[in-house]
Ligand binder design. Sequence first.
Ligand SMILES: [Zn+2]
Length: 217
Amino acid sequence: MPELDDVDSRILGILVEDGRRSFREVARRAGVTTPTVQARVKRMMEEGLIRRISPIFDVSKFKQGLVFHLYLQVNPAEIEKVAQKLEKTTEVRGIYLTTGENNLTLRVVVDSLEQLQRLTETLDREFGVKQNSSQMVVRIFKDDQTVVVSPGTEVRLKCETCGEPIGAKPFVLKVAGHERFFCCPSCQEKFREKYEPKLKGLSLAIEAPEYPSAQST
Ligand SMILES: [Zn+2]
């Protein structure tokens, strides 16, 4: 699996502290140049490691809705499908696959118990999902992201061609200065065949990166 290097992890750490910092400020704190920060952040966004940079509210300062944890029992074969649908539901703020009989936990925010009731009915009707129990969150003491970033943190990448998760050793192409990751030489080659003619037209090069990548397993 690819890993965050020291620079990635420093940049992420600085942005986690305060996402409003300018690239210049991040560069100064990380001890690298501004273009390096720009390139790394762009890459990490392209790789989907950073989904977006958004403010983290102090929930205690807001008049917020009612927060519930719903514990669901979902047929394991359906979980992926159910989770994908639930992702698009505004009230659903967190979806967690867990161990145990109740294998899916949702964190939902609603304005009223009626809205919670409607959501519960929707879960049953549209997803055929049983809600086994729920708990209302009375007060949030801490609500941080689960990822603790440090150098060497492994990242999960998906193959650019087939979308499958990439194993221990990714196959890499450098496209216009950005690394693209693949699961196997065949996917790597398909990408090259598909994009090389287009990129040549734009005089952008596809190169093998400077570090060894095309390992065989
Ligand atoms: Zn692939």
